[in-house]
Design a protein. Structure first.
Length: 187
């Protein structure tokens, strides 16, 4: 059963990866680099600061830092446990796919997908009552994670698993945040 799922995952990856074009390679290389998302992050934190003030923003940033650290460590543990080859390193398909970027680490599950979904879920749950179109925040993990398929670095199953774990960790972190905020920062 697991082999059949991995085979379907590989087939879907080959299809999605083949939709790429050299014309757009540079764009997707930019999209996949977190540094280029800095203006987006700064805008988000400016809006958050304006909404809840400095002390609360620092408290929130602490939770986001812990959330990303935890998610990243679980992701690395998973990669080293399962040791699934990245598509770009998989000899069964790496000659028929577009490899735009290579990494030597393992593939399962995507840290990009998990981290972005964790933060998006956490922020959405914290601020859903404060910002009308906050659901658009989920475009960030979708675009960011698709870049990993485009570049030849992750299978769709890696991305979906990353989304699942990221959403789960984001939700749990929100519950802890909510509990501690009520206790230490009422009102």
């Amino acid at each position: 059963m697991l082999e059949k799922i991995q085979e379907l995952d590989s087939q879907l990856f080959v299809y999605l990866n083949s939709l790429g074009s050299e014309t757009y390679d540079q764009l997707w290389l930019i999209i996949t680099k977190q540094l280029y998302w800095t203006p987006f992050f700064l805008l988000m934190f400016f809006l958050i600061y304006k909404k809840i003030g400095g002390k609360q923003t620092l408290y929130l940033l602490l939770f986001i830092a812990v959330l990303i650290s935890f998610t990243d460590q679980i992701c690395n543990l998973s990669k080293n446990t399962f040791q699934r080859l990245r598509p770009c390193n998989n000899p069964e398909i790496n000659t028929i796919i577009r490899v735009v970027q290579s990494r030597s680490s393992y593939s399962f599950f995507s840290g990009h997908a998990a981290n972005t979904m964790a933060v998006a879920t956490f922020l959405y749950l914290v601020f859903k009552c404060h910002f009308k179109y906050l659901g658009l925040l989920f475009l960030w993990p979708l675009i960011f994670a698709y870049s990993r398929i485009y570049l030849g670095l992750h299978y769709p199953g890696d991305i979906l698993s990353g989304y699942f774990f990221g959403a789960l960790f984001g939700f749990v972190t929100f519950k802890i945040y909510q509990n501690l905020k009520t206790k230490y920062f009422p009102g």
